[in-house]
Design a protein around this ligand. Structure first.
Ligand SMILES: Cc1ncc(COP(=O)(O)O)c(C=O)c1O
Length: 341
C-alpha cells in the first residue's frame, strides 16, 4: 500500500502500529533523529546527554498522545512550546509566527488534522511555510482527520497538508477496520530507518521491512485488514464512507439545534459534533441519561472550561435514520429530565 490516497508522497514509508498514539510516537522518533542529525548530533549513537536543545512546538488543543509521545522520546515538558489556538482548536498562523521568532536549531512543529472534539483542521497552507522557514520538521496528527484528504468534497480541509514531513493516522477510526491499526507515514523512509532499523541473522529481509520503520519486531500483520478495506472500498468507496460520516454529523448538528436548550458548540466541518445544555450539571446529567437510554453512545468532554457532550461519527453502519432516532431520544430526555436549564 502507498500513501498517495492520503495525499502523502508515494515514496513515503508506512509503518503499521497499534494506533494513533504509537503512530505519533513513531513519526516523532523519526523527526527527533532527523532534526538532531541536522545539527550534527546522532541521537542513536550519542543519546541525549549533551545534545543540542530540541524545541517541540504544539497547539494548545493537541491530542494527549502528543505529550505522551514527547515524554517517551525524552522531550520533557520544558521542551514544549505551546501555541494558542482559536475557538475550534486551530493553531493561528500569527501565534505560530510569534512562537517561532528567533527559533533556530532542532525544531519540530506538530499540526493537527481533526481536533478530537471539534474536528477542526489546522490551516496547513498557512502554517507549513511558516514552520519551513525555520527549518522545522512538520508532523501532522491526523488520527481520524487525515482521511478527509480522500474525499473530493472534504479535501479542502487538508489543503497544503501534503507538504509536511510525517503524518499519523488510524485505520481503525475512519476506515473502520478493527482496533489495533495505526499508520505512521514518513516522507523520507531514510528518516524512519535511521530511527528504527534493526535486524537479526534469523530474519528474512525484503528490503524495507516493518522493523525498519516502527518500534516493533514481532507483531500481527496489521496491513492486511487495512489493505482489505482499501481494496474492497476503492477510492470512491472511501470517499463515500467519509462523506456519509460528515453528512451524519451535519444532520446531527441540525437536529440538535431544534432541541430546546441545546447549544451546538463547534463548526461542524467534518465528523465531530459537540453540544451542551445551559449548565454543566444539566449537560453531565444528559450525558449519563443518554448512555442509560442506549439509543446512542457519546462521551462527555470539557470545552473551554465547560462540560460538553461529544459525538464522533465514525461507524460506516450509522444511517440517517439512526441520527433522527438519536436526536429524538435526546429531545425526549431533555424534556423529561429537564434539569436542562
Ligand atoms: C487526534 C488524535 N490523535 C491521536 C489519537 C490516539 O489514537 P489511538 O487511540 O488510536 O492511540 C486520537 C484518538 O482519538 C485522536 O483523536
Amino acid at each position: 500500500m502507498d500513501a498517495r490516497g492520503l495525499r502523502a508522497p508515494a515514496t513515503a514509508s508506512v509503518g503499521f502500529v497499534t494506533g494513533g498514539q504509537l503512530a505519533n510516537f513513531t513519526c516523532l522518533a523519526a523527526a527527533r533523529h532527523s532534526v538532531l542529525a541536522g545539527a550534527g548530533w546522532d541521537i542513536a549513537e550519542q543519546g541525549f546527554h549533551g545534545s543540542p536543545p530540541l524545541r517541540f512546538v504544539v497547539g494548545s488543543h493537541r491530542h494527549g498522545s502528543i505529550d505522551r509521545a514527547a515524554r517517551f522520546l525524552g522531550i520533557g515538558r520544558a521542551g514544549l512550546t505551546i501555541v494558542p489556538t482559536d475557538s475550534q482548536g486551530r493553531m493561528s498562523p500569527e501565534a505560530l509566527d510569534q512562537a517561532l521568532v528567533g527559533a533556530e536549531g532542532p525544531l519540530i512543529v506538530c499540526l493537527q488534522a481533526g481536533e478530537v472534539h471539534t474536528g477542526a483542521f489546522d490551516d496547513f497552507a498557512a502554517l507549513i511555510p511558516l514552520a519551513r522557514r525555520h527549518g522545522a520538521w512538520i508532523h501532522v496528527d491526523g488520527a481520524f482527520g487525515l482521511w478527509a484528504a480522500a474525499s473530493p468534497g472534504l479535501s479542502h480541509l487538508t489543503a497544503g497538508m501534503a507538504d509536511a514531513d510525517s503524518w499519523a493516522t488510524d485505520a481503525h477510526k475512519t476506515l473502520n477496520v478493527p482496533y489495533d491499526c495505526g499508520m505512521a507515514i514518513v516522507r523520507d523512509p531514510a528518516d524512519s530507518i535511521a530511527a528504527f532499523r534493526t535486524g537479526g541473522d534469523y530474519l528474512i529481509y525484503s528490503g524495507l521491512d516493518p522493523w525498519d520503520v516502527t518500534p516493533e519486531l514481532s507483531r500481527r500483520a496489521r496491513g492486511v485488514p487495512a489493505w482489505a478495506a482499501l481494496r474492497s472500498l476503492g477510492r470512491s468507496g472511501i470517499a463515500d464512507l467519509i462523506d456519509r460520516l460528515h453528512a451524519n454529523a451535519v444532520a446531527m448538528a441540525a437536529g440538535l439545534r431544534t432541541v430546546e436548550s441545546v447549544e451546538v458548540i463547534n463548526d461542524v466541518d467534518y465528523t465531530q459534533v459537540m453540544f451542551r445544555l445551559g449548565s454543566d450539571e444539566a449537560t453531565r446529567a444528559l450525558g449519563a441519561a443518554i448512555l442509560v437510554d442506549g439509543t446512542a453512545a457519546m462521551t462527555g468532554a470539557e470545552w473551554e472550561g465547560r462540560a460538553a457532550l461529544r459525538c464522533s461519527m465514525s461507524s460506516w453502519a450509522t444511517t440517517p435514520e439512526d441520527i433522527v432516532r438519536t436526536v429524538e431520544a435526546i429531545r425526549g430526555l431533555v424534556a423529561a429530565g429537564s434539569p436542562a436549564g
